[in-house]
Write a protein that binds this ligand. Structure first.
Ligand code: GLP
Length: 261
């Protein structure tokens, strides 16, 4: 894991956007894994700006989203279909037919999940997976206790995640209990992962993910086994880490040949 700590979420998101842009420029037919939640919003805004002002071209890109709520139609305001449409897809030029998001209304969920895995395989696997981190350490919607080898499947949310995500639903509306999410095994097959976490509320989950033992109780910690993961943090999210000085020294003193930003 490479730990990159910047003072603000804006700066960390800009670095993330440069990494995604570099991936797309180097391989215009890149397959990218996309995340939802408040964390990647600034990254998506920056990608939209790069598309408009720098001509960053997504016309060859294929995308796979991590997850979706079961029972929500694509047009529901809290659905991840709608989130992606509003925050990224309507601002860039990823061809519609190459956008993939789990279908929360799928009639046969196991068959839909198997087809989603197959589609990732047929696309050649995910080159770069963007990830946020739940306050309980979840990745996608892989809650604590998820099998470390899991594939795309239905999961039941914890009450903590339902309450964390209640802000995206209108007052009185129920946050669904069930979701479809890529598995931890699916995420681990991505060639590169970019994990973003911002704010004090993520500090404990970040410390457990980066410096704790690898355990299904903290799904993010599995990334310690991933050969190419960059963790982009603001100062608050990094505040419970023990080796902050070391991570900062490493980042500020990268040999030129190793610098990728
Ligand atoms: C949600 C999403 C995750 C996201 C996480 C953090 O439940 N399923 O993919 O990373 O929670 O959300 P936020 O970025 O809003 O803190």
């Amino acid at each position: 894991m490479e730990i990159i700590i910047l003072p603000t979420a804006e700066e960390a998101s800009e670095v993330a956007a440069r990494l995604v842009a570099r991936q797309v420029r180097e391989n215009p037919r890149s397959v990218v894994g996309l995340a939802t939640g408040s964390t990647p919003c600034r990254l998506y805004q920056s990608l939209a700006r790069k598309h408009t002002s720098e001509g960053l071209d997504f016309s060859g890109v294929t995308s796979f989203n991590l997850d979706e709520y079961v029972g929500l139609a694509p047009e529901h305001p809290a659905s991840y279909h709608r989130f992606m449409e509003e925050n990224l897809f309507c601002h860039v030029n990823i061809p519609r037919e190459r956008i993939h998001i789990p279908d929360g209304l799928a009639g046969d969920i196991p068959a839909h999940c198997a087809a989603y895995e197959q589609a990732i395989l047929e696309a050649g696997g995910i080159d770069l997976q963007i990830l946020g981190l739940g306050s309980d350490g979840h990745l996608g919607f892989n809650e604590p206790g998820s099998s470390l080898a899991s594939r795309t499947r239905i999961k039941t949310l914890t009450e903590r995640t339902r309450s964390d995500n209640a802000r995206f639903f209108t007052a009185g509306e129920q946050v669904p209990h069930h979701v479809i999410t890529m598995g931890l095994g699916t995420i681990m097959e991505s060639r590169m992962c970019l994990l973003l976490a911002f704010g004090k509320g993520k500090a404990d989950a970040v410390a457990a993910t980066v410096e704790g033992p690898v355990t299904a109780n903290v799904p993010g910690s599995l990334l310690q086994f991933h050969p190419r993961t960059k963790v982009l943090l603001d100062a608050e999210a990094a505040s419970a880490l023990a080796r902050t000085d070391y991570y900062q020294w490493v980042y500020q003193n990268k040999p030129v040949w190793q610098s990728d930003l």
